[in-house]
Design a protein around this ligand. Structure first.
Ligand SMILES: *[C@@H]1O[C@H](CO)[C@@H](O)[C@H](O)[C@H]1NC(C)=O
Ligand SMILES: *[C@@H]1O[C@H](CO)[C@@H](O)[C@H](O)[C@H]1NC(C)=O
Ligand SMILES: *[C@@H]1O[C@H](CO)[C@@H](O)[C@H](O)[C@H]1NC(C)=O
Ligand SMILES: *[C@@H]1O[C@H](CO)[C@@H](O)[C@H](O)[C@H]1NC(C)=O
Ligand SMILES: *[C@@H]1O[C@H](CO)[C@@H](O)[C@H](O)[C@H]1NC(C)=O
Ligand SMILES: *[C@@H]1O[C@H](CO)[C@@H](O)[C@H](O)[C@H]1NC(C)=O
Ligand SMILES: *[C@@H]1O[C@H](CO)[C@@H](O)[C@H](O)[C@H]1NC(C)=O
Ligand SMILES: *[C@@H]1O[C@H](CO)[C@@H](O)[C@H](O)[C@H]1NC(C)=O
Ligand SMILES: *[C@@H]1O[C@H](CO)[C@@H](O)[C@H](O)[C@H]1NC(C)=O
Ligand SMILES: *[C@@H]1O[C@H](CO)[C@@H](O)[C@H](O)[C@H]1NC(C)=O
Ligand SMILES: *[C@@H]1O[C@H](CO)[C@@H](O)[C@H](O)[C@H]1NC(C)=O
Ligand SMILES: *[C@@H]1O[C@H](CO)[C@@H](O)[C@H](O)[C@H]1NC(C)=O
Length: 829
C-alpha cells in the first residue's frame, strides 16, 4: 500500500500533506553551497516545524512551505503560492547578494525569491516558533523572515499590521483547499478610525471585530473570552500591530480559511491528537456576526426574535422584505432632519458602526464633540469612546451596529427634534422624579443613621464638625452618586452587581469595627473581618485615603474595581459611603495572606512545590489580567506577599489592586511624586525616580516568586546588609554558581521531578527582577516562560537594587521608611 492510498482514511484530508516519508536531514539551517532539495527538509531544533517541498491532494503542483510536524501535517506558510513547481525536483538556494533566497526548478527557472540584502555569511534557519529567518551568521541582523510575510496563518508571536518600514502584513486565504494561491479574501488590521480587524471579500467587508478597546475587540466576544491566548496590541515606534501568545503549552494557529477566520488548537490528549476549531468568525450560528446584516440604521439584536430592529426614530425601509428576513435594505428616518433643531438619541453597549465615513478628533471631549456634530448637518452620529480617546463622528449613513450584552460603546445618533419628545420625554421626567424621591429618602435615612451612629461611636465615622454642618449640596451629591452606581449596575446587567451596603449593616457585621476583628493594616486602610446576618463572611476595608479623593472619583473607582473579575483577584462585593468614610467590602479569604504562611516555619510545610507553583501561576495570571486583559490597564504598584490572599483551597487572589494606578491604553510609563510601595519589592527606577510602568509590577512579581521559592522575606535579608535586595542578589549569585537549588525553602520536600520546574521558576523570577525595565519580560511572556518546559529562556542579568547614593539620601528621612509595615512612602529626589 503506498502513501496516497492511505491518505483518504485520514481526517482533514484536504489540508493534510504527506510529502516526506523519506529520511530527512536533521538540520534547521541552510548555507551557501548546501541548498535544500527534495526530499530533504529542514527541521526546527525541537522538531515542531519542518520546511520543505510538498504537493496538495494528488496534484502535480509542488510548493516550498513550512508545516507542523505533528500529523496530520498542517501547512502554515507557503513561499511560491502563485508559482507552483511542476515536480518536486527544485532547490532552495541561498546567496550573499540579491536575491538572497531563490527557489529554482530543475531547469533553473526562478519561481520565488526573497530579500535583497548584502550579507557576508548568510544562513537561513527555521526556528522553533515556525519562523524561517535569513541573517548574517555573525551579525544578529535579520534580513528577511517568514513571520514578516504571512500567508493564510498567523502563528503565535507573528505580527499582523504595520511594522515600520515594511509593507502591511495581512492574511490571504487559499483559493481552495488544494490551491494555496491567494484568494480575494483577506484579513487586515484596519486603522481608518481606530484599530479593528476586518475580513474582506475583495473590497467589501464581510466581518468586523469592532474597535479595539484596551486589548479587547469591543464587538467580538469570541476574541475576548478566549482563555487559551493572550492578545496584545502594540503601538510604538516599532509599528502598529497585534500578535498573540498561547497561555499554556497548547499549539495554536489562527487561519483565514476561505472567508472565515478560525482558531485551531491541537488537542494533545492521547485519544484525540487532532486540531480542534475552538471558534470561528463570522460564526454561521451568530446572525449578528454577518457584516451589515440589518442594513443602514439597523440594529442587530440577538435577543430579539427577528434579530434586526431599527434604531429608535427609524423604520424598516421595505416592511415586506423584513417579513421574509431580508433586512439588508435597512431603515429610514421617521422624521426628516431639520439641521438646526435636531437632537441626539443614544444607545449604549453597541459595536459601533463601520468607520469608513468617519472623522476623528482625538483631542476633544464629550460636550465639544456633541456640539461639533450638531453644527454639521451631515454628522449623523458621534461617539466618545472610553478613556477620553476623543471624538468619532459619522458623516452620512452608517451601518453594521450590534447590540452587546456588555462592553462596547455608546453611540449618539442624530434625529429630528420631534423624535426626542413623546414617550421619551415623559420617561425622563419620571426618572428624574423617582430619583429625586429616592434621593430624598436616602438622604433622610442616611441622616438618621449617621445621627444614630454618630452618637454611638463618634470617632468611628470620623464625623468632623465640618461635616455635621454638611451642606445640602454635598448630601445631594452623595445620593446622586448612590443612584449613579445603582444605575450603572442595572445597565450592566448580571455581570455587574454591586450593592451599596448600609453603614449599620457594616457596623453590625464587624462589631462596630471591634479591635478583635481587625485583620490588618493595609496600604490604603484598615481591614476588618465581619459576618453578615446570613452568616456570610466578609472583609471590610476602611479606606484611609478619603481625604485626598472626592466622591465622584470614589464612584468611578468602585465601578471600575467592580468590573474587574478574575479568579485571581479578590472580588469586591459592595461598598459603603457614610460621611467622609468610604468602605469597600470584599470576599473573605480563609487562609489570610501568603506571607502568614510562607514566612512562618510552622505553616510553610502546608505548601508543597506543586502548590507553590500553582500559586505563582495564579498570581501571574491575576497580574496579566490587570495589565492587559481587563478593560483598563492597571498597574498594581504594591504587589507583595501580604497582598496575595489565599482562599480555602490555597488559590491565590491579589488584593489592593483598586487603589493601584489606572492607566490609559496608550500610557507606557508615568512619574509620580509620591512613591508608594513596599521596600524590597519596589523596582529601582520607581524607588529612585518615581517612574513606574507595568514593568515595575513585573519586578515585584519577580521578587515575590523568589520569596515563594525560598520562604525568605526580601526585607528580612535586606536588614542584614542595607545595600542590596539580597534575596534576588543571593538568587543571582547561586544562579551564577550553578547552585540555584540551594535557594529552595528547606520545608519543601525534595523531589527530583520538580527540579527543572523550580530552576525555571527561579530563572523567571530573576528575569523579572532585572535592573533595566526593558530587560524584564511582560507578564504574558513570563507566563509563557513558566509554562513551557521546552522554551529556551534568556539568561538573567544582574537583578536591580537600589544604589548606595540613594540609600544615603534616604538615611536622613528614615521616618518615611519601614521594612515591616506594609506601606512605605519615599520621597524621590
Ligand atoms: C487524484 O487522482 C485520481 C486519479 O488520478 C483522480 O480521480 C482524483 O480526482 C484526484 N484527486 C484530486 C483531489 O485531485
Ligand atoms: C526528479 O529527479 C530525479 C533524479 O534526481 C528523477 O529520477 C525524477 O524522474 C525527477 N522527477 C521528475 C518528476 O522529474
Ligand atoms: C533534473 O532532471 C533530470 C531528469 O528529469 C535528472 O536527471 C537530473 O538529475 C535533475 N537535476 C537535478 C538537479 O535534480
Ligand atoms: C477576485 O476579484 C476579481 C475582481 O474583483 C475577480 O475578477 C476575480 O474573479 C475574483 N477571484 C475570485 C477567486 O473570486
Ligand atoms: C464575495 O464576493 C463575490 C462577488 O464579488 C461573491 O460572489 C461571493 O459570494 C462573496 N463571498 C462571500 C463569502 O460573501
Ligand atoms: C514596541 O513594543 C513591542 C512589544 O511590546 C516591543 O517588542 C518593541 O521593542 C517596542 N518598540 C519600541 C521602539 O519601543
Ligand atoms: C475550511 O473551511 C471549509 C468550509 O467551511 C471546511 O470544510 C474545512 O474543513 C476548513 N478547513 C479546515 C482545515 O478546517
Ligand atoms: C433587544 O431585544 C430584546 C428582546 O426583544 C429587547 O428586550 C431589547 O430591548 C432589545 N434591545 C434593543 C437595544 O433594542
Ligand atoms: C426569520 O429568522 C428567524 C431566525 O433567524 C426565524 O426564527 C424566523 O422564523 C424567520 N422569519 C421568517 C418569516 O422567515
Ligand atoms: C427647523 O426648525 C426651526 C425651529 O423649529 C424652524 O424655525 C426652522 O424653520 C426649521 N427649518 C427647516 C429647514 O425646516
Ligand atoms: C459612506 O457614505 C456613503 C455616502 O453617504 C454611503 O453610500 C456608504 O454606504 C457609506 N459607507 C458606509 C460603510 O456606511
Ligand atoms: C522537545 O520536545 C519534547 C517533546 O515535545 C520534550 O520532551 C523536550 O523536553 C523538548 N526539548 C527541548 C530542548 O525543548
Amino acid at each position: 500500500m503506498n502513501k496516497w492510498q492511505l491518505a483518504p482514511l485520514l481526517p482533514l484530508l484536504l489540508l493534510t500533506f504527506f510529502p516526506l516519508l523519506s529520511p530527512s536531514l536533521s538540520t534547521d539551517t541552510i548555507t551557501i553551497g548546501s541548498p535544500l532539495s527534495y526530499p530533504d527538509t529542514l527541521v526546527s531544533s525541537n522538531n515542531t516545524f519542518a520546511l520543505g517541498f510538498f504537493n496538495t491532494g494528488n496534484s502535480s503542483r509542488w510548493y516550498l512551505g513550512i508545516w507542523y510536524t505533528i500529523t496530520p501535517h498542517t501547512v502554515v506558510w507557503v513561499a511560491n503560492r502563485k508559482n507552483p513547481m511542476p515536480d518536486p525536483n527544485g532547490s532552495l538556494y541561498i546567496n550573499s547578494d540579491s536575491p538572497n533566497l531563490q527557489l529554482k526548478t530543475n531547469s533553473s527557472d526562478v519561481l520565488w525569491h526573497a530579500s535583497s540584502s548584502s550579507l557576508v555569511n548568510p544562513i537561513a534557519q527555521l526556528s522553533e516558533e515556525g519562523n524561517f529567518v535569513l541573517k548574517d551568521k555573525n551579525a544578529n541582523n535579520i534580513a528577511w523572515q517568514s513571520f514578516d510575510n504571512p500567508t493564510d496563518t498567523l502563528l503565535p508571536g507573528m505580527p499582523l499590521g504595520w511594522i515600520s518600514g515594511q509593507d502591511l502584513k495581512y492574511l490571504t486565504s487559499w483559493t481552495d483547499s488544494d490551491n494555496p494561491a491567494p484568494s480575494n479574501y483577506t484579513l487586515k488590521l484596519d486603522q481608518t478610525a481606530w484599530p479593528e480587524i476586518i475580513i474582506w471579500n475583495g473590497s467589501k467587508p464581510i466581518f468586523r471585530t469592532g474597535q479595539l478597546d484596551g486589548n479587547k475587540f469591543s464587538g467580538s466576544p469570541k476574541f475576548n473570552d478566549y482563555t487559551e491566548w493572550t492578545f496584545e496590541y502594540v503601538s510604538n515606534q516599532t509599528g502598529e500591530y497585534i500578535y498573540y501568545m498561547p497561555t499554556s503549552s497548547s499549539k495554536l494557529r489562527l487561519v483565514l480559511n476561505h472567508s472565515t477566520l478560525q482558531m485551531y488548537r491541537f488537542d494533545d490528549a492521547e485519544t484525540e491528537q487532532e486540531w480542534d476549531t475552538d471558534w470561528l468568525v463570522p460564526d454561521p450560528n451568530d446572525p449578528c456576526d454577518k457584516y451589515a446584516r440589518c442594513g443602514q440604521f439597523g440594529l442587530c439584536n440577538l435577543t430579539s426574535t427577528n434579530k434586526c430592529t431599527c434604531l429608535k426614530g427609524f423604520e424598516a425601509t421595505h416592511v415586506e422584505d423584513w417579513d421574509v428576513n431580508e433586512t439588508t435594505q435597512g431603515c429610514t428616518r421617521q422624521a426628516e432632519l431639520n439641521c438646526t433643531s435636531d437632537g441626539f438619541l443614544s444607545i449604549s453597549n453597541v459595536k459601533l458602526p463601520d468607520t469608513t465615513n468617519t472623522t476623528v478628533d482625538r483631542t476633544i471631549k464629550q460636550k465639544e464633540c456633541r456640539k461639533r456634530c450638531l453644527k454639521n448637518c451631515s454628522c449623523y452620529a458621534y461617539s466618545n469612546m472610553n478613556e477620553g480617546r476623543g471624538c468619532t463622528m459619522w458623516m452620512g449613513d452608517f451601518t453594521d451596529i450590534r447590540k452587546l450584552d456588555h462592553g462596547g460603546f455608546t453611540l449618539n445618533y442624530r434625529v429630528a427634534r420631534s423624535e426626542l419628545h413623546g414617550t421619551n420625554a415623559k420617561k425622563k421626567t419620571a426618572v428624574i422624579a423617582t430619583s429625586v424621591i429616592l434621593g430624598l429618602l436616602f438622604l433622610a435615612s442616611v441622616a438618621y443613621l449617621v445621627h444614630k451612629k454618630f452618637k454611638q461611636k463618634a470617632e468611628l465615622l470620623a464625623y468632623s464638625e465640618r461635616h455635621s454642618q454638611a451642606s445640602q449640596e454635598s448630601s445631594q451629591t452623595m445620593s446622586m452618586i448612590r443612584s449613579e452606581i445603582l444605575e450603572e449596575g442595572s445597565r450592566k446587567g448580571n455581570a455587574f452587581n454591586l450593592p451599596i451596603v448600609d453603614v449599620d449593616v457594616v457596623l453590625a457585621a464587624t462589631g462596630n469595627f471591634a479591635l478583635e476583628n481587625k485583620l490588618g493594616e493595609g496600604g490604603f486602610g484598615t481591614v476588618f473581618r465581619g459576618r453578615l446576618e446570613g452568616g456570610e463572611r466578609i472583609a471590610v476595608k476602611r479606606l484611609s485615603y478619603s481625604s485626598t479623593q472626592g466622591l465622584s472619583e470614589f464612584k468611578n473607582e468602585v465601578i471600575l474595581i467592580a468590573e474587574l473579575q478574575h479568579i485571581n483577584l479578590v472580588q469586591l462585593l459592595g461598598c459603603c459611603i457614610a460621611g467622609e468614610e468610604r468602605m469597600l467590602i470584599y470576599e473573605y479569604m480563609e487562609n489570610k495572606s501568603l506571607d502568614t504562611i510562607i514566612f512562618d516555619k510552622s505553616k510553610s510545610p502546608q505548601l508543597d512545590w506543586p502548590k507553590r507553583f500553582e500559586i505563582i501561576m495564579g498570581i501571574a495570571r491575576g497580574i496579566l489580567y490587570l495589565h492587559q486583559d481587563s478593560r483598563l490597564r492597571i498597574i498594581h504598584r504594591d504587589l507583595k506577599a501580604s497582598n496575595v490572599l489565599l482562599d480555602e483551597n490555597m488559590n491565590p487572589k491579589i488584593s489592593d489592586f483598586g487603589i493601584a494606578r489606572i492607566f490609559g491604553r496608550h500610557d507606557n510609563d508615568s512619574v509620580t511624586n509620591r512613591v508608594v510601595g513596599t521596600y524590597g519589592y519596589m523596582s529601582p527606577e520607581y524607588a529612585m525616580y518615581g517612574v513606574f510602568s507595568i514593568k515595575s509590577d513585573v519586578f515585584s512579581f519577580g521578587v515575590l516568586v523568589l520569596e515563594i521559592i525560598s520562604g525568605k522575606k526580601c526585607s528580612e535579608i535586606f536588614a542584614v546588609e542595607p545595600k542590596l535586595n539580597l534575596l534576588s542578589y543571593q538568587a543571582w549569585t547561586l544562579w551564577n554558581d550553578r547552585n540555584v537549588l540551594n535557594l529552595l525553602d528547606s520545608s519543601i520536600s525534595k523531589n527530583s521531578n520538580d527540579e527543572s520546574e523550580i530552576i525555571r521558576c527561579i530563572q523567571v523570577g530573576l528575569l523579572c527582577a532585572q535592573d533595566r525595565p526593558q530587560d524584564r519580560p511582560h507578564m504574558s511572556e513570563a507566563i509563557l516562560m513558566l509554562n513551557s518546559l521546552n522554551m529556551i529562556l534568556p539568561l538573567p542579568k544582574q537583578p536591580g537594587y537600589i544604589s548606595d547614593r540613594f540609600m544615603d539620601n534616604m538615611e536622613s528621612s528614615t521616618s518615611y521608611m519601614s521594612h515591616d509595615t506594609s506601606i512605605t512612602t519615599l520621597v524621590p529626589r
